[in-house]
Design a protein around this ligand. Structure first.
Ligand code: NAD
Length: 254
């Protein structure tokens, strides 16, 4: 029932981290995948996602050089999937983190964060909605536990991820009657370059303090989020719509 054979999935930010693992799991489940990213190689190095899919699975994979903040690039994604027969699944995963002090964030930095984390989700969904409406599509948005709970340590990021959460519920309301399901995933701390490099949560001096906030006492892995994405993409979740799926080892509700 997690079979995605014959489906066409777009994953933004699919070159690295969580998006890469989502692409791999979707391909293993039979979906043809469009990897839409600024870069081809993963941030940690290694074989590009689309090449791994072609080498290791029976699925097709296409890379689209796409900055999700650029309308022309979003249109290229839509043209690519239209030529393939139309997108069935859109995973709005591309995102960036900002951890600056509230008083230090400039307007340009705030705009960039909103462009990548919020506006791109809105306008790529808009670009693909006709294709998704064709045959019971699904949209999966990567929010964060930071989109559920505020934090004085990264106010602009929480603002962006909270917006993604309400965009998810609103799209679920609008398109549910027409057969498109829209859900959000809220990861906790997942071991990717975002939390080892952009903000040194793992590997930094406060690593253990962060770990103590997680009841399962381990950080998550991209596979944990890909499992959730596969569930939301497949028929196993056919009555799930407008949902926030929290995958955080228990840290938010404890
Ligand atoms: P990552 O930095 O490892 O990977 C992000 C990918 O997105 C990269 O390949 C990057 O090139 C791409 N990307 C960034 N800006 C882009 C743009 N403008 N256009 C196209 N592609 C772009 O990050 P990750 O940890 O895999 O994060 C994936 C998503 O999960 C993000 O939305 C992030 O906010 C969210 N998230 C991550 C965590 C975590 O702990 N890692 C927690 C909660 C939510």
């Amino acid at each position: 029932q997690s079979d995605l054979t014959g489906e066409i999935a777009v994953v933004t930010g699919g070159a690295s981290g969580i998006g890469r693992e989502i692409c791999l799991q979707f391909a293993e489940a039979g979906a043809d995948v469009v990897v839409a990213d600024l870069r081809t190689e993963p941030r940690t190095g290694g074989t590009p996602t689309h090449e791994r899919i072609t080498e290791e699975t029976d699925a097709d994979a296409t890379f689209v050089d796409c900055d999700v903040t650029e309308q022309a690039d979003r249109e290229t994604v839509a043209e690519t999937t239209a030529e393939m027969g139309g997108a069935d699944i859109l995973v709005n995963n591309a995102g960036i983190f900002r951890g600056e002090e509230f008083t230090e964030v400039t307007e340009a930095e705030f705009d960039q964060l909103m462009d990548v984390n919020v506006k791109s989700v809105y306008f790529l969904s808009q670009a693909l909605i006709d294709q998704l409406l064709d045959d019971g599509g699904r949209i999966i948005n990567l929010s964060s536990v930071a989109g559920l709970e505020g934090s004085g340590d990264f106010i602009s990021y929480c603002t962006s991820k909270g917006a993604v959460r309400l965009m998810t519920y609103s799209l679920a309301d609008k398109y549910g009657p027409e057969g498109v399901r829209v859900n959000a995933i809220h990861p906790g701390i997942i071991e990717t370059s975002m939390v080892t490099e952009d903000v040194p949560i793992i590997g930094g001096e406060s690593e253990d303090a962060f770990l103590q906030t997680v009841p399962l006492r381990e950080f998550g892995h991209p596979e944990d989020i890909a499992d959730a994405a596969l569930y939301l993409a497949s028929d196993r979740s056919e009555y799930v719509n407008g949902e926030s799926l929290v995958v955080d080892g228990g840290s938010t509700h404890t």
